[in-house]
Design a protein around this ligand. Structure first.
Ligand SMILES: Nc1ncnc2c1ncn2[C@@H]1O[C@H](COP(=O)(O)OP(=O)(O)OP(=O)(O)O)[C@@H](O)[C@H]1O
Ligand SMILES: Cc1cn([C@H]2C[C@H](O)[C@@H](COP(=O)(O)O)O2)c(=O)[nH]c1=O
Length: 145
C-alpha cells in the first residue's frame, strides 16, 4: 500500500510519518518511509537550489527523477508493505502551478507514478507554516508573504 502525505512546508508531514512508522513497527506491520532528497538527484536538487540555479522546469524534471528512483526501490513492496511517502507527485502539481507552470505538462511528466492508495493532506495556514520555520530548515520555495 502506498500512502502519501501532503501539505505546506512545516505542516508536520515528517512528524506524522515518523510516528506512524513507529506505530506500525509496534504492530509488526512491514512499513517503510521515503522523502525527497534521499537520492543523488535529490541531493543535487538541494545544491542547485542553494546555488540559485534551479528553475521551475528543472524542478519538474529533477523532482520527478528523484521520485522515480525511490518508487523503483519499492516496486515489489506495495502489496506486502505500507510505504509512506512524505510528499508524492501531488506536490509537483501544487508547487509548479504556484510557479505558473502548465498543470497538464506537469501531470504528463508525473503520469508514470502509481496512484496512492491514500493521500493525507495536512491543513495549516501559510502563517503557521512561516511561524514554524527555522533558519536551519531548508526551503526550496522562497516565502513570498
Ligand atoms: N501538530 C503539530 N502542532 C504543532 N507543531 C507541530 C505539529 N507537528 C509538527 N510540528 C512542528 O512543526 C515543525 C515542522 O514539522 P515537520 O518537520 O514534521 O513538518 P514537515 O511538513 O515534514 O516539514 P518540511 O516542510 O520541512 O518537510 C517542527 O518544528 C515540528 O515540531
Ligand atoms: C516533491 C516536491 C517538492 N517540492 C518542494 C516542496 C518543499 O518546499 C520542498 C521539499 O521540502 P519538504 O521538507 O518536503 O517540505 O520541495 C517541489 O517544489 N516539487 C516537488 O515535486
Amino acid at each position: 500500500m502506498l500512502i502519501s502525505f501532503e501539505g505546506l512546508d512545516n505542516c508536520g508531514k515528517t512528524t506524522i510519518v515518523g510516528k506512524l512508522k513507529k506505530y506500525y513497527d509496534g504492530l509488526n506491520i512491514l512499513t517503510d518511509f521515503t522523502r525527497e532528497f534521499e537520492t543523488n538527484i535529490g541531493r543535487e536538487i538541494k545544491e542547485m537550489s542553494k546555488a540559485g540555479v534551479l528553475d521551475p522546469v528543472l524542478k519538474t524534471y529533477l523532482f520527478a527523477a528523484d521520485r522515480y528512483i525511490r518508487t523503483k526501490i519499492y516496486e515489489e513492496d506495495y502489496n506486502s508493505k505500507i510505504i509512506l511517502f512524505d510528499r508524492y507527485y501531488q506536490s509537483a502539481l501544487a508547487y509548479r502551478m504556484a510557479e505558473n507552470i502548465d498543470k497538464n505538462w506537469v501531470k504528463n511528466i508525473n503520469r508514470i507514478f502509481r496512484e496512492p492508495d491514500m493521500i493525507f493532506y495536512i491543513d495549516i495556514t501559510p502563517q503557521e507554516s512561516i511561524r514554524r520555520n527555522t533558519d536551519t530548515k531548508f526551503n526550496i520555495i522562497e516565502f513570498a508573504w
